[in-house]
Design a protein around this ligand. Sequence first.
Ligand code: DMJ
Length: 494
Amino acid sequence: MRPLTHTGPAPTRRTLLGAAGAAVAGTAIGAALTPATAFAAPAPAVRNTRPSTSRTAEPLPSDAAVARQVRDEFLHGWHGYTAKAWGYDQVCPVSGTHNDFFAPGTTFGLSIVEALDTLYVMGEDAELARGCDWIEAHFDPTQDVDVHVFEAIIRMVGGLLAGYLATGRPKLLSLCRELTDRLLPAFTASPTGIPYTYVNLGTGAVSGSSVPLAEVGTNIMEFGLLSKLTGDSRYHDASMRAYQVAMGKRSSLDLMGTTLDAETGRWTDPSSVAPNPPVDSFYEYLWGGYALLGDRRLLDWYRLLTAAILRHQADRSTGTLWFRQVDPTTGEATGTAQSELAAFYAGLLGKGGDTADGAAYYRSWSAVLDQHPVLPEGIDYTTLAVTDKGNQLRPEYANSSFDLWRITGDASYKRTAYQYFTGMRDNLRVAGGYTIANDVTTAPMALGDLTPAYWFAENLKYVYLTFAHSPRFDYRGGLLSTEGKILRGLVRGR
Ligand code: DMJ
């Protein structure tokens, strides 16, 4: 099983509910910190009987003690990978086997690439050096393989950039540039500028013309930074062109659809499903791109689209805040599905200055976490009934805990972040690391057999940084990508 972010057929309701594929999420920084500065039959909401240690009113352990626990659990997962899957993309920690993420028989050592800056902020310098050595010797961006462009950008371009920023090792940047040059045909061969979904790294052949919105827009942070670091504007320009074309397709209500045809520029699915996948990080990168690059166009677009989402999609009828699916031209409701992947949106709203709405959406997800030790992949928000019982070791809730804690300083986000951590530790830890779950509504939980590579980039990084007071991270100015890569704010020499 490959829990990709947006890979697979054009988004269906199944994708929206985050079945084995779909994903979301990200990070940046709060308004106060700006730069210038689907559908299976619903299962009953069964309460799992293993309570999280942090649900009680007991005081939390000290910040230092929690940070140690979190680092130890990260290393448990990491050593599971290094022992059984070193040099392969992902470990299957129950069977002790491994798999390839992009295509069978092709490895990029993905978990290593994804882990670099997490190892750095946690002070695991020997493991970081070992990972960089492997990449410099074995990472091959010229392989004759079709890669998913969006996944390659957020995971590998972002991972190599963050690894470069953490270590200063120039080969990481040159590998990043070579990889990105080989991804660029997805943009430049497109008659509209909307990137194709796949490109062959060896031949430059492109394919996949029905493109989910997130795949159109989730590249400005990585490409903008690469342009800055190399002085080559091609990456930034390709990204901005795609954003500009997509923005021109918004409805009269300023709502965006779900999939665009890269060759005609027309919507192939016009329904408005934000902030769920597969559109989620399109919005995240409007904010993040502005925060990282200072381009006011991105901020203006973010504000325009966010206002429309809050006006037409926010549903407060249950007394909490959720986001319905709507017809983009009439605003008429068409669905009440909510993917776990959308939980990132609480933090994004906070970063964009809509802190009260961000906090309200976070509380909505916290209520789901109070019913299940780890979040299910999908729910119907009108009843909180579980529509997808799996858990793909997702980071989105912890991402928002981290964002909202940074923005508000409110200690309640630490408590819920710790609840997220202990729920994962107490239910998804196996001898060989950490694994996905097939059913979070059973006790004990029915487990799968995979540590998704993003787990090394995201989940425990967010929780660790929340408690660690790390001298290696600039808490005020730090900016993270949708894949948890620290693209600004890594502090060297400490
Ligand atoms: C990660 O690949 C990224 O966070 C992405 O933006 C969507 N979500 C997955 C993990 O759930």
